[in-house]
Each structure stands twice: as C-alpha cells, then as structure tokens.
Design a protein around this ligand. Structure first.
Ligand code: FPP
Length: 251
C-alpha cells in the first residue's frame, strides 16, 4: 500500500542500520562479501526511494568504528564497496541534487577512500533540499568524546565558560551539527538494538525494527516503516492530553 497523502507527523530524517548482509548471503550459500555487494544495491534503492517518498534526510550506517575488528578480507571488501558506491552514485546524487555528507572519524579511513568521500561531498555541497549522510568509521561514543574534547579546548582557550555549557554546546560539537535529529531509526534483520549509532541524536527518535535482511529491503518495506512511524505519537515528555491540545492549537 502506498503513502497517498503526507501526514503532518511525517519523518524528515531517517537513520538506517543496515543489518543482515552476512545472513542473507549464508542462507544462499554465498560469501559474506556477496551479501555486502547486494547491500550496496539496497542502498541505491533506498536513496532513490527516500526522494520519491519525500524524506529529505537519510543517514546510512555504512561502517562502524567497531567493524574494523572483522576479518581483514571483509574490511577490505567493504572499503572497496564504499569506493564503488561513491563512484557509481555520485552522478545520480548530482543529477538528483542530493547533498552528501559523512559522519565519523574520516581521517581513520584509507587515504584513497577519504579522498573519494571529500570529493563527493565537495561536488554536492551546493544542494540543500535532499541529504544523504554516510556514517563511516562512526561510533556515538567516539562522537561524544570528540565533542567533549572540542568543548574542553574552547574552555581552555577562554572562548567558552563552563557555566555556559548546555546540550546545544554539545550538539554544536557533534559530527551531525548541521543535520536535524533523526525522527525514525530503522534496523533491518530482526536485531533490536542501536549499536552505537546516533545514540544522542536518537533521544526522541522512533525505532522500527524489521525482520527483512538489508539486501532484500525495498521501497515497499520503507513505506511500511514510515506508516508504522506515522501511526505513533511522539510525546517528548508531555502527556497524551498535552500533545492533543498542542495539535489543536497548531491547526
Ligand atoms: C551489517 O551486515 C552491515 C554492515 C556491517 C555494513 C553495511 C554495508 C553495506 C550495506 C554495504 C556498503 C555500504 C554502502 C553505503 C555502500 P552484517 O554483515 O553484520 O550481517 P550479519 O549480521 O547477517 O552478519
């Protein structure tokens, strides 16, 4: 079933934990790397679907800081696939006016991948309506550590006083400083956890878990997840009655 008219509580930013590539491959007697290759096709489908479904921000958890612990051959394959994705997708991003960003410790990526990321970011930097962010060598815990270091430096250099530190100061120091918080986090493959992905930014996000393995994830699955999101009530600490009243006032 399609989404016919856009409700007011429609997600502006979706974060995607793309899980299940390995199991998808294993069930077919294929190598894990073949699963990741199919996963890239799912990425391309979902980038396209987001624009068609009027979702303006998409963040893909492509490689976590913990993923370096995987076998070397798998890490190398993932790095190659990321480069392939950037090379192949850049033309589409430019055509569709989608701005690319990357979050994570990008200086920890292989130099040639880092260069490809920087070039793709630069080639799309004028766009602002549609936004794709890749989380690369990303960890929420590293992100908060990095933000704390930059805040500490600002205090040490006299640019900031300790009493003025609040959440906005932290948000400014996060890799996501120019992104809205995610409204919806989707994790595929039946696993129900965040795995160090956008932990602080997801404080009020709705979480949707689907059993579908990432390589099988389609626009129809995405629509189902969005419908689940739209049927939920986000209360941000208020009571249900307060939320209903607010909705009436803003009508
Ligand atoms: C989890 O599946 C997926 C990853 C660790 C990486 C996701 C990478 C891709 C989808 C391909 C490259 C990405 C882009 C943006 C081009 P898993 O291997 O943990 O699956 P399993 O839990 O079934 O073993």
């Amino acid at each position: 079933m399609g989404i016919d008219s856009k409700p007011t509580n429609y997600p502006n930013h979706i974060g995607m934990i793309m899980d299940g590539n390995g199991r998808w491959a294993k069930e077919r007697g294929l190598s894990r790397n073949k699963g990741h290759r199919q996963g890239v096709e799912a990425c391309q489908r979902v980038v396209k679907a987001c624009q068609e479904l009027d979702v303006h921000y998409l963040t893909l958890y492509a490689f976590s800081a913990e993923n370096w612990k995987r076998p070397e051959s798998e890490v190398n394959a993932l790095m190659e696939l990321l480069e392939y994705f950037l090379a192949k997708e850049l033309k589409t991003l430019v055509e569709k006016k989608i701005r690319l960003r990357a979050i994570g410790r990008l200086d920890g990526l292989p130099a040639h991948l880092n260069r490809a990321v920087v070039e793709a970011i630069d080639a799309t930097k004028e766009f602002n309506e549609w936004n794709l962010t890749l989380a690369l060598n990303y960890s929420s815990r590293n992100e908060i550590v990095d933000a704390a270091k930059s805040i500490s430096n600002a205090v040490a250099e006299g640019r900031l006083s300790v009493g003025d530190i609040d959440w906005d100061t932290f948000a400014e120091g996060m890799y996501t400083h120019d992104l809205p918080d995610p409204d919806l986090i989707i994790r595929t493959s039946g696993e129900n956890r965040l795995s160090n992905f956008l932990m602080m930014q997801s404080a009020y996000a709705e979480l949707v878990f689907t059993d579908t393995y990432w390589p099988d994830f389609t626009k129809a699955h995405l629509e189902e997840c969005i419908k689940t999101y739209c049927a939920r009530e986000r209360r941000y600490g208020l009571t249900g009655e307060q939320v209903s009243k607010k909705k009436l006032v803003s009508k």
